[in-house]
Design a protein around this ligand. Structure first.
Ligand SMILES: Nc1ncnc2c1ncn2[C@@H]1O[C@H](COP(=O)(O)OP(=O)(O)OP(=O)(O)O)[C@@H](O)[C@H]1O
Ligand SMILES: NC(=O)c1ccc[n+]([C@@H]2O[C@H](COP(=O)(O)O)[C@@H](O)[C@H]2O)c1
Length: 205
């Protein structure tokens, strides 16, 4: 059993070069707005502020060392955890960092030259994956097609959405380009931000 400490959303660096990506400062601001009502998920700018795009495993290494550094600082400063709780498993276990992704990411692991095998291995061996089901993607199949994923499947946690959403960022961007409403698909605060900053209009016909 896990005790979830926090969730981190790390917008990708502008130099990732994915078509249609808005500038990182806008993506960070939109995520921050979307997270205003969350008590446990935060946006982190470190990845987007690096000079170049960096591979996901390096982002995980960074956040894991930050997590350990904060843990060490907290224990040196005197823990705020009540003494009687310290012996409970939730507090004695070392903190873990897992990569949360949709099932489509497992498919991209198969794309030649996109991910290094040793990086996939480090992600599933050292960190672990939490993988959410996504329409049109069979995560069990992707795991069985990969020797690395099969070997470390004890460290891959599958989350089956009861109600599966077909929504994709591509769909939202396309709707915006075409001047269609995206109300109820993304938060109102993000819709206002997109309007105020004139984003996702370039391909509008
Ligand atoms: N509808 C969804 N169901 C499950 N996972 C999702 C869904 N939409 C996005 N994700 C996951 O969220 C993460 C971030 O996704 P991203 O921002 O690339 O959105 P996307 O919809 O996959 O983007 P694009 O349409 O541009 O390819 C990925 O791990 C992706 O698999
Ligand atoms: N080799 C790698 O570490 C690698 C390769 C492709 C995508 N990614 C990451 O996957 C995430 C999703 O990318 P896509 O939206 O292109 O699927 C991004 O954060 C990107 O940095 C990492």
């Amino acid at each position: 059993m896990y005790q979830v400490i926090e969730g981190i959303i790390s917008p990708v660096n502008d130099n990732y070069g994915k078509k249609e990506l808005a500038a990182a400062k806008h993506r960070v601001a939109m995520v921050r707005l979307a997270l205003q009502t969350s008590s446990w998920i935060r946006v982190d700018q470190w990845e987007s502020e690096q000079k170049e795009w960096i591979e996901t495993v390096k982002v995980l290494r960074h956040h894991y060392s930050e997590l350990l550094r904060k843990e060490a600082t907290n224990s040196n400063a005197g823990s705020e955890i009540p003494t009687e709780d310290i012996a409970t498993p939730a507090y004695t276990a070392a903190p873990e960092l897992k990569l949360l992704c949709g099932a489509d990411i497992l498919k991209t692991f198969q794309t030649p030259n996109l991910w290094k095998d040793e990086h996939i291995q480090e992600i599933v061996e050292k960190f672990g994956l939490v993988c959410v089901s996504r329409a049109g993607h069979d995560f069990q199949q992707y795991i069985s097609e990969s020797a690395i994923l099969t070997h470390y499947q004890h460290n891959i946690h599958l989350v089956k959405n009861v109600v599966q959403s077909d929504l994709s960022a591509t769909y939202v961007r396309q709707a915006l380009y075409q001047g269609q409403s995206v109300k109820y698909l993304i938060p109102d605060s993000v819709i206002s931000y997109i309007k105020d900053h004139d984003l996702y209009r370039e391909e509008r016909k």
